[in-house]
Design a protein around this ligand. Structure first.
Ligand SMILES: N[C@@H](CCC(=O)N[C@@H](CS)C(=O)NCC(=O)O)C(=O)O
Length: 203
């Protein structure tokens, strides 16, 4: 199967982390592509033009991080992510959803600031910046609880993906005054799956 991503997509990186955590690297070919360009190559793969997208060997096209994680988790036992035994741990599920919301908001912020200066919306930037820093405070206070400190969970993967947006968005200065988050991020960054999911350097 083939997993398409761009060098900058945080969502694509999250699916690579899950692929590595599940020991599936030898079954997945990574394909680096581009989006939002003329003759967008991903449009030849599927009409939404979004990454990540996983093409199964029978040609089935799976887009969306949650669907791809679901598929990869089901492929190799033991189930740990979409199919973990504790999907009915609603306190945890709520936190996972909030970590996902953080990444979704940061993706909007990061996209807004790469638009031409005259087309950017200060209102959207301010709204998303407030959300991102508010959620950084929330997670700073929560790190010791709710499966954020133990073995890697989807909540942790979404939180890592969110914090990692700092590489594209220097204005997201989440490190200031959040020592627990800084320590947590440093530890997660060293996990083999997280290191291995880094995109190759730009040509
Ligand atoms: N809900 C999707 C979001 C994926 C997404 O926003 N992908 C971006 C890159 S980070 C994309 O492909 N953008 C290209 C476009 O919108 O045309 C998921 O979870 O996979």
């Amino acid at each position: 199967m083939k997993l398409y991503g761009t060098l900058t997509s945080p969502y694509a990186r999250l699916t690579r982390i899950v692929m590595l955590e599940k020991g599936l690297a030898d079954r997945v070919e990574l394909v680096w592509t581009k989006t939002r360009v003329a003759d967008d190559p991903i449009l030849a793969i599927h009409p939404s033009g979004r990454v990540p997208v996983l093409i199964l060997d029978d040609g089935t096209v799976l887009e969306d991080t949650a669907v791809i994680v679901d598929y990869l988790d089901a492929l190799a036992a033991p189930a740990r992510f979409a199919h973990s035994a504790d999907r009915r741990d609603w306190a945890y599920r709520g936190i996972e959803a909030t970590a996902r919301a953080m990444l979704d908001g940061l993706a909007v912020w990061a996209r807004e600031v790469i638009r031409p200066a005259g087309e950017q919306s200060p209102g959207i930037i301010e709204h998303e910046a407030r959300r991102a820093f508010r959620l950084a405070d929330y997670f700073e206070g929560l790190l010791a609880k709710h499966r954020l400190s133990g073995p890697l969970t989807m909540a942790q993967i979404f939180l890592f993906g969110s914090l990692d947006v700092e590489r594209r968005l220097p204005a997201f200065t989440w490190r200031d005054g959040r020592p627990s988050l800084v320590d947590w991020h440093a530890r997660i960054s060293e996990l083999p799956s997280v290191r291995g999911s880094r995109p190759p350097s730009l040509p």
